[in-house]
Design a protein around this ligand. Structure first.
Ligand SMILES: [Zn+2]
Length: 434
């Protein structure tokens, strides 16, 4: 029966003897207490390496009483199980060193079993708070943090650094006490596997970091997928000499949308100033329709529109409604046409047409709108590549959403290095043989 208990907890060490199991308390909480003693074979002195016995049979290492420790063994649904363990102590007669036998069940100087530590690590990989993990394992939060920190050795280090062919880079708000609160994240564009998280996205931080990678890893990178953040363009030139830039498709569309939206807002202000308040407010309420893909606009179904309640024409198609909106401003109507021509060629991946359009925008077009969209010409290579290759930053943005959840449950991550460990853990990138 007693030996079955050892089986249950996977502690079939023949030097461990269980003497009793009783009800009791562990740190003021009801618990089952296993009383046991641990008396392994005498080993050589860890200090002077003397053998337990000399040639003449004289004992050098002698037993020297025992030390009792209280270990948190497990926390099951049925409650806490702790162990009162009496460990053999030894003394070396040659050098007078004293020591206590160490059992595999717990790490030296720890009072929580490896079973519990394994459970803590497993729970750290879930998106739950440190407080809840501590509660579920009957340990303190500082114990949970101690276990988290102990995993740092499994993170990418200068020795095992690697880079993928397609490197997605992005940034996220890390809420740590650093001047620039934006941190840097990069991942494999093919598999989505996390490559690295760095405290700062600043170039003077990124450059030395990536320069620390072996040349063959840096030369492996063929594409760098990024938003239009100029800092990362510099990485391509200096750190990844074989890489071409890909601007994330989402950010290109976003740039076009923003240019058109800000022009619409300026036009609304003009309308208001010239006494056309009603028209301005209709443009404001229906702005989404102006961004809608022209191919998806309904041209056959007549319905009522809250902004166009005329008794004479109570029913309009979506297309008719949009046409009426555009009739409020000729300059906006002109921009609308070019804005959608650009989006259409972008969606169809016709990059030559896209840049031809950008380069031949007419004189009459609003100067500011034109300037904003023509900014894209500077990114011709990155945009062309985005339309040729299938890579985008979607996978990395999903990761950023996960980080946000993790940040919420962990109350803001006071320490960046703890956050980094936990992100690698939740990504399944830390394998611990516990
Ligand atoms: Zn010794």
């Amino acid at each position: 029966m007693i030996n079955d208990i050892k089986k249950i907890y996977g502690i079939e060490d023949s030097n461990l003897t269980i003497s009793s199991v009783s009800e009791g308390t562990y740190r003021n909480k009801p618990a089952k207490i296993i009383k046991a003693s641990y008396k392994p074979k005498t080993i050589a002195c860890p200090n002077c390496d003397s053998s337990p016995r000399e040639c003449d049979g004289k004992y050098v290492i002698v037993k020297n009483g025992s030390k009792e420790v209280e270990i948190l063994l497990t926390h099951e649904n049925t409650g806490i199980v702790s162990m009162k363990l009496s460990k053999q102590r030894y003394r070396c007669r040659n050098c007078n060193k004293h020591w206590t036998a160490q059992i595999d069940l717990v790490k030296p100087c720890h009072n929580v079993s490896r079973i519990i530590e394994g459970k803590i690590i497993e729970l750290l990989g879930e998106r739950i708070s440190l407080k809840l993990i501590a509660k579920l394992c009957s340990v303190s939060i500082s114990k949970v943090i101690q276990v988290l920190k102990s995993l740092e050795i499994y993170l990418p280090s200068p020795k095992n650094r690697w880079l993928p062919e397609v490197l997605m880079v992005d940034e996220f708000r890390s809420h740590t006490a650093i001047e620039d609160s934006m941190s840097f994240i990069c991942a494999d564009g093919n598999s989505g596997r996390l490559v690295e998280i760095l405290e700062s996205r600043r170039l003077n931080y990124l450059m030395p970091h990536f320069n620390g990678y072996p040349d063959e890893e840096r030369f492996k990178v063929k594409y760098l997928v990024t938003d239009m953040n100029a800092a990362y363009f510099q990485l391509v030139k200096d750190i990844f000499p074989n890489a071409e830039l890909i601007i994330d498709r989402f950010h290109i569309v976003k740039h076009l949308n923003e240019a058109f939206n800000s022009f619409r807002v300026r036009e609304m202000k003009k309308l208001k100033a010239s006494g056309h308040k009603v028209e301005a407010s209709k443009l404001k309420k229906n702005w989404r329709f102006l961004l809608k893909n022209r191919l998806d606009i309904n041209i056959s179904e007549y319905k009522r529109w809250p902004s166009f309640r005329s008794n004479k024409y109570p029913y309009l198609t979506e297309q008719m409604m949009i046409d009426r909106l555009l009739d409020f401003s000729e300059p906006l109507k002109l921009a609308y046409g070019y804005f959608h021509d650009l989006l259409d060629s972008f969606r169809r991946k016709e990059y030559e047409r896209f840049f031809e359009l950008l380069n031949t925008l007419p004189e009459e077009l609003d100067e500011e709108f034109k300037g904003q969209v023509q900014n894209l010409i500077r990114h011709q290579e990155g945009i062309t590549n985005a339309l040729i290759h299938p890579y985008s930053n979607g996978k990395i943005e999903a990761k950023n959403t996960h980080i946000k959840t993790l940040k919420r449950v962990s109350y803001g991550f006071k320490s960046f290095s703890n956050m980094r460990i936990r992100i690698f853990l939740t990504e399944g990138l830390i394998e611990v043989n516990h």
